[in-house]
Design a protein. Structure first.
Length: 291
């Protein structure tokens, strides 16, 4: 409970920094690149101070778990920034909470978990978030020449999918004997190299690297990275000491922080349907957590 409560606050602030970075026009690849490097450095430094033989902790299982988590983290973060550039936070973050519904579906299909009736209602409620947001934005979908809002919704759902996959890998790691700090280090190092390679291929060279020295890029990237390092370690602690459904029921309230801060600082509208979507997103994971 304590781990999850602290992680909820940290991830709420982290997601608002993603919103601020998107508003400042930060490139998604470059932002995630700085985030990955920040977390890697912090994890290495922590291991150096806390472990007697830190290199021995980088085992084969750690590398395997980290490969998939690093890939899903990078893709999920890129999708989240893309969504926030095209749609308001009040739309993006409730849709992003669909990841909890997807975790349940992954449990049913891969681990043969059978949700009870109340949890099935929670899954249906979570899908209702997508229906509400789509209904609320129907006029924008029809009138928008570039379909920006629709693209934002698609990116937000994509981010939820990749986040759910990352959560599943994290749960598996947390229940194993592998070192969590080594796992975090390798995961985010892979995210760093993934975005580095992606940018180098799409931009045909490394001439874009000096752009990382942009003050806003470094500020937001380092801030998100620091919060991500502390928050993700707490999430793994929670996953290793209790059921994932209980953690997610509490963790779902983290969407309120960036939505309310976006309302205060960016004057984003909170329409009745958007408020209903927020309420449904929270209700969904509460129902899913009930046994």
């Amino acid at each position: 409970m304590v781990y999850t409560l602290f992680a909820t606050v940290l991830y709420g602030l982290l997601n608002f920094l993603f919103k601020m970075a998107a508003e400042k026009g930060c490139e998604a690849d470059q932002l995630v690149n700085v985030v990955g490097l920040t977390v890697t450095v912090l994890a290495l430094a922590t291991l150096g101070f806390t472990a007697e033989h830190p290199l021995a902790l980088f085992t084969g299982p750690v590398a395997t778990y980290a490969f998939f988590n690093g890939l899903f983290f990078a893709l999920g973060s890129l999708a989240k920034v893309g969504a926030l550039k095209r749609a308001p936070a009040a739309i993006v973050f409730p849709l992003n909470r669909l990841n909890t519904v997807l975790v349940i579906l992954i449990g049913v299909s891969m681990f043969h978990e059978i949700p009870n009736g109340v949890q099935m209602l929670g899954i249906a409620t979570g899908l209702g978030v997508l229906a509400l947001v789509t209904f609320e934005q129907r006029a924008n979908f029809k009138s928008s020449g570039d379909r920006a809002m629709l693209k934002g919704v698609v990116w937000a759902v994509g981010s939820a999918v990749f986040t759910a996959l990352s959560m599943t890998v994290g749960k598996l790691l947390a229940e194993s004997s592998s070192n969590r700090l080594a796992y975090i280090c390798v995961s985010y190092a892979l995210g760093f190299f993934f975005t580095l390679g992606k940018q180098s291929v799409t931009r045909r060279g490394v001439t874009w690297i000096p752009e990382l020295l942009n003050r806003h890029m470094l500020l937001y990237g380092a801030g998100i990275g620091a919060l991500n390092f502390a928050g993700y370690f707490l999430v793994l602690q929670a996953f290793g000491s209790g059921p994932i459904s209980l953690s997610q029921a509490i963790f779902s309230s983290s969407i309120l922080i960036p939505i309310l801060l976006s309302r205060l600082l960016y004057r984003e509208k909170l329409t009745p349907l958007r408020l209903a979507a927020i309420a449904l997103a929270i209700l969904s994971v509460v129902l899913i957590s009930l046994k």
